[in-house]
Write a protein that binds this ligand. Sequence first.
Ligand SMILES: Cc1cc2nc3c(=O)[nH]c(=O)nc-3n(C[C@H](O)[C@H](O)[C@H](O)COP(=O)(O)OP(=O)(O)OC[C@H]3O[C@@H](n4cnc5c(N)ncnc54)[C@H](O)[C@@H]3O)c2cc1C
Length: 497
Amino acid sequence: MWLRGFSSVPIKEKKKWDALVIGAGHNGLIAATYLARGGLTVAVLERRHVIGGAAVTEEIIPGFKFSRCSYLQSLLRPSIVRELELVKHGLKLLKPLCTSFTPCLDGRYLLLWPNDDQNYLEISKFSKRDADAYPRYESQLHKFCKFMDFLLESHAPETLHGDSYLIDWLRDKLHKSVFWTRCLQHALSLGQKDLVHVEGGMGSVSLAISKAAKEAGVHILTNAEVSKLMIGDSGIVNGVLLTDGEQFCSSIILSNATPYKTFMELVPQNFLPDGFVRAIKNSDYRSGTTKINVAVDKLPQFKSCRLNYPEVGPQHTATIRIGSESMEQIGAACQDAWNGLPSRTPVMEMTIPSSLDKTLSPPGKHVVGLFTQYTPYKPLDGSWEDPIYRESYAQRCFNLIDEYAPGFSSSVIGYDMLTPPDLEREFSLTGGNIFHGAMGLDSLFLMRPIKGWSDHRTPIRGLYMCGSGSHPGGGVMGAPGRNAAHVVLQDVKKRSR
Ligand SMILES: Cc1cc2nc3c(=O)[nH]c(=O)nc-3n(C[C@H](O)[C@H](O)[C@H](O)COP(=O)(O)OP(=O)(O)OC[C@H]3O[C@@H](n4cnc5c(N)ncnc54)[C@H](O)[C@@H]3O)c2cc1C
């Protein structure tokens, strides 16, 4: 038998790996690459037929390539792009002409540029006071970003678990003092990062990482769903069992699946402390997001903003905000979901990546991404399993766009709709939550995924978390994968002493 998917190594020749990664999301791939570069033999096991997890490009409608889940690249750590040489491996970023476009029904619009003077004029159309304040807001945001950069690239200074040698204890103390001192320095010295489109869609990020992974010697298997972790009597992991009965052995396993899926479905419960299981079970995985990927036969023309461009205008390259003209409008959309109903006037973020990237659609036609909110997982007035109910929500979104860009509905060739249950079923995102769990203040940093276990280690020796459910959290940023690999390599070094 041969390794499926990407590799051509006979599986029987490779029974035992230094490390296994469950899931080929971008974080799993990144973790695997750093581990392989650290000298370990590594295999990545992915349940879907494609790699990338929620950072994926798929041709759902013939000729139209969609970034099915994530659609904007703004968070990927520059250190990862540099260290894994992602540009050499094919990552190409496309810069939009404008950053954000908000059309209004009263005929006005707000178009933000990467240019302070133009932004001053744009914001002044609505409020001179806001226009004056905006540069101060931006500069404050930049300072916060510098602080966040440091936090994102550090693994959390968690309490040491179990017995440890004096040397480890001293090292840990030193690590923590350095961490908190640097934290304080950053806090005392206290930006919105640039949003870009990725050529070839978000799957190109994962593809570039997978090329770096393969170059480092990682084996990536698709259509390989892990059904159980194998744990020895001593409580140490010794491998995984796939749904087809195949086994892979290793004493180091990293899970890129959500913490809920990992601990409620893959790890036998009797190996976990009760309090740990309770905390994972009670984590917040609610979601109000439905992504609709639409193929259209022409660009939407916004009636408030007919700039003098023949085809693609700067507004088409921006992130377009529909249904969010006021806080009241956003509040009402949210309230509907609190009442158990999909928003009557959804809040939408629309992107048209084909306005910059000709590789995504046939000439003259376009792909449109609609990140829509708010849609409860289990609506009270119907079911997402009902095709008519689904269609009515999609149509509601298209009709709303028609109000700003007449004719949009009639330009629709086809669409792919991912409600919270679809995101759960197709992408293993528990509850449809796009970040592997809520990113509120009570579930970040030392609290992610739960209090006491923020350093990627888990109560099972040899099992580590490397996905968005671990510090620093969700988004296509890669930091959980990179940080987790560093923790694993530290432990490997310790073990070999
Ligand atoms: C609709 C949507 C829009 C988003 N928009 C953006 C955006 O614009 N910008 C941004 O930065 N972020 C965005 N995000 C968030 C971002 O995409 C995710 O946080 C990130 O991609 C998660 O990466 P990950 O590697 O941690 O996990 P995932 O991408 O979820 O990967 C986990 C992988 O594990 C696999 N897996 C799970 N269980 C098993 C098993 N038992 N056996 C084998 N494999 C398994 C899954 O199939 C999956 O491939 C969005 C997410 C969604 C869903």
